[in-house]
Design a protein. Structure first.
Length: 684
């Protein structure tokens, strides 16, 4: 309500004029406006929003308390445009001012983001949006806008960016292939460097195309897997095959899971490992296991054969020993006739030779295993060598009524090789043939010259030994030349032997550069062994033939007047050697140790020393070393023979190197023994 007094002339009465205004609507609007302002203030505080107004022409700046709070300032903390500019981060200040001036000049809406430095040294991010208003002349007058604190959003964006960069780096650096495929059609969306390396296709070749590494025969399986992925079924550690760009197949293991993009499309994210190396190792391990199992089975078979061999060896040694001991005890205990004596001595000698042959075969096999069996080659005539082998089996063949015949090509004459070892080859083959041929059967040996390897003239000597005997089964034929292998190793086998003869044959033939083969139509159908040896032709001067080994003949009294010192720790050996030497005309003294021998040498030196090697306390090597280092010239130059059961080439070499003049092995033939002693003492 309002009013006033009108004062006319004094003669007129005063007039009061009054008016009334209805403020109900205004009050309502003011209350509503105040309510909206309060709500806006609350919203600005909650949303970290503040408003400002900038007079573009004067630079005056007005901030709401909410905006000042965003800047970490008290009310009235910013009183000018310049003071606000100083709060903008130095790195953003120039660009921000340039953008504000450009908006003011153009009248366009301002939409910028910048950093501020608060009084507490913290840095915040502000998003500024404002509109420019012009005066009546069209010039910029004022800018009204809002500032929003976007620090949290910027931190989240930075975190997402860091996470994205980390994931991208991992994908790029991961040694496993990582791919992203469309679940609908198998189109490649992502193909990392490991996928390029594993499969061979570059990213540019793969992206946008159906996945190229799936072989044609795996596509159905692949599409079925994609369908399962689309339905939400992840795959873990599935193993299958994929192809490389060069067409080769590789083994892989892969993990796959469905992922959605921003548009809601489902894709297949796969991680793939190349397990080809692992599969190869597993295959090798399986092969090693198979070989190990085979080796174990072979070891068990070898162990069985070893046991069988030891049983056979025991039989082959005990049988002749039984004959020798039996005849010795019979001749010692009972009256005997001259026929009994002759029969007994013949049996003892024959069985002793059997034992010697067993030992020689064992020594030969030992040399073969150690690679120390050496040949002593020279030129010799083949025919006499075969005839000696034939003669060695004739008595056994006659005893079984087996006919032994030969067909020797006279054109094959001169041969290069070790005559003694080749004679051993023929003897072993012929002995085997006679042994396994029943009564009334035949054995035949053929000698001929043949041409092999497209030669125009004969370049090999071929020796075949065939029989009509027991034959060889097809199952055993591949093993017939193996050591310690016998077709029948049972206790009821009809033939004796250690199963070494044919193994020795093969090795000796191969040492000569030849081959040996065995053929048989089957059991009870006979067998044929074929030896082929290279034929050498000697040109130039007449070759010197090696002398055939001849049995030594004992000349009566060959060692007459010879004084011999025998050293052996075995009493029976000493007695035998004394008896043998005295029978040959020598005077023998026997002692049991090296120490006793040294005493005898110093007191009464003999003409020759015969010593065992293996003796207790002091061996024969030590004895000969003392002899050769003696101060006495007679003792130092004394002829010495090592007579020992150590029969290897190494034993012979060591004996000669230590100082012995000759190395002889037990058992010794008296004739050979006498010949060596006579030679060393210049008696013949």
């Amino acid at each position: 309500m309002g009013g006033t007094t009108l004062s006319p002339d004094a003669s007129e009465p005063e007039t009061i004029v009054a008016f009334f205004i209805d403020l109900t609507e205004i009050s309502r609007v003011e209350a509503e406006l105040k309510h909206h302002q309060e709500r806006l203030q609350i919203a600005q505080q909650a949303g970290k929003i503040g408003t400002f107004e900038l007079n573009v022409q004067t630079g005056e700046l007005a901030f709401t308390p909410e905006l000042e709070a965003l800047y970490g300032l008290p009310a009235g903390g910013i009183d000018s445009y310049q003071s606000w500019v100083e709060m903008v981060h130095p790195d953003d200040r120039a660009v921000t001012e340039q953008q504000i001036k450009a908006a003011g000049a153009s009248g366009e809406e301002l939409n910028i983001e910048f950093r501020i430095c608060r009084p507490d040294k913290s840095v915040g991010w502000i998003a500024c949006r404002a509109k420019v208003f012009q005066d009546e002349g069209g010039l910029p007058l004022r800018m009204i806008g809002v500032n929003v604190d976007i620090s949290a959003r910027k931190q989240a964006e930075a975190a997402r960016s860091h996470l994205h960069q980390t994931l991208e780096a991992l994908i790029q650096a991961c040694p496993l292939a990582i791919t992203l495929l469309g679940c609908d059609d198998g189109t490649v969306k992502m193909w990392n460097p490991a996928a390029e390396r594993i499969f061979g296709w570059r990213e540019s070749e793969a992206v946008g195309q159906f996945v190229p590494s799936v072989p044609a025969d795996k596509r159905e399986e692949f599409m079925a897997n994609l369908k399962g992925i689309r339905e939400g079924n992840a795959i873990a550690g599935m193993e299958t095959q994929r192809q490389r760009k060069d067409g080769s197949l590789i083994d892989i293991s892969f993990w796959a899971t469905p992922v959605r993009d921003s548009n809601g499309n489902i894709h297949c994210m796969s991680i793939i490992a190349d397990i080809s190396d692992r599969k190869q190792v597993e295959a090798q391990r399986a092969q090693l296991l198979e070989r190990e199992q085979a080796a174990r089975a072979e070891a068990e078979a070898i162990s069985r054969r070893k046991d069988e061999f030891l049983d056979t060896l025991s039989h082959e040694l005990r049988t002749p020993i039984n004959v020798i001991m039996g005849w010795a005890q019979r001749l010692r205990a009972l009256p005997y006739t001259e026929d009994d004596l002759a029969c007994g001595l013949e049996a003892i000698e024959r069985q002793s030779k059997v034992q010697v042959q067993v030992v020689e075969d064992l020594l030969d096999v030992s040399r073969i295993i150690q690679g120390k069996l050496a040949l002593k080659p020279g030129w010799f005539i083949m025919k006499p060598t075969i005839e000696v082998a034939l003669n060695s089996v004739r008595l056994a063949a006659q005893a079984k009524s087996v006919t032994v015949s030969s067909e020797l090509d006279p054109a094959v004459n001169l041969m290069w090789g070790d005559a003694q070892r080749l004679q051993q080859v023929m003897s072993n083959l012929l002995t085997n043939a006679v042994k396994f041929t029943p009564s009334g059967g035949t054995v035949k040996i053929r000698l001929s010259a043949v041409a092999v390897t497209n030669s125009s003239s004969p370049n090999y000597v071929q020796i075949t030994v065939s029989d009509t005997g027991n034959g060889i089964s097809a199952e055993f034929l591949p093993y017939v030349f193996d050591r310690f292998r016998q077709a029948d190793a049972s206790l009821t086998r009809p033939q004796n032997g250690l199963g070494l003869g044919l193994a020795i044959v093969r090795h000796l033939v191969e040492l000569h550069g030849g081959t040996v083969t065995a053929e048989s139509p089957g059991k009870d159908k006979g067998a044929t062994f074929t030896v082929k040896l290279p034929l050498k032709h000697r040109r130039g001067q007449q070759p010197q033939l090696r002398e055939e080994s001849k049995s030594h003949q004992i000349r009566p009294g060959i060692l007459a007047g010879l004084k011999v010192l025998v050293v052996d720790d075995e009493p029976d050996n000493r007695k035998f050697l004394i008896a043998a030497l005295e029978q040959l005309g020598a005077t023998a003294t026997a002692v049991a140790s090296a120490a006793e021998a040294i005493d005898i040498l110093q007191q009464s030196p003999p003409d020759i020393l015969v010593s065992d090697i293996g003796m207790p306390v002091e061996d024969g090597y030590s004895l000969i070393s003392k002899v050769r280092s003696s101060e006495s010239d007679n003792i130092k130059r004394l002829p010495a023979v090592a007579l020992t059961a150590y029969a290897s080439e190494e034993d012979r070499d060591q004996a000669l190197a230590t100082g012995y003049n000759e190395h002889l092995t037990k058992p010794i033939e008296p004739a050979l023994f006498a010949t060596v002693l006579a030679k060393l003492t210049n008696l013949h």
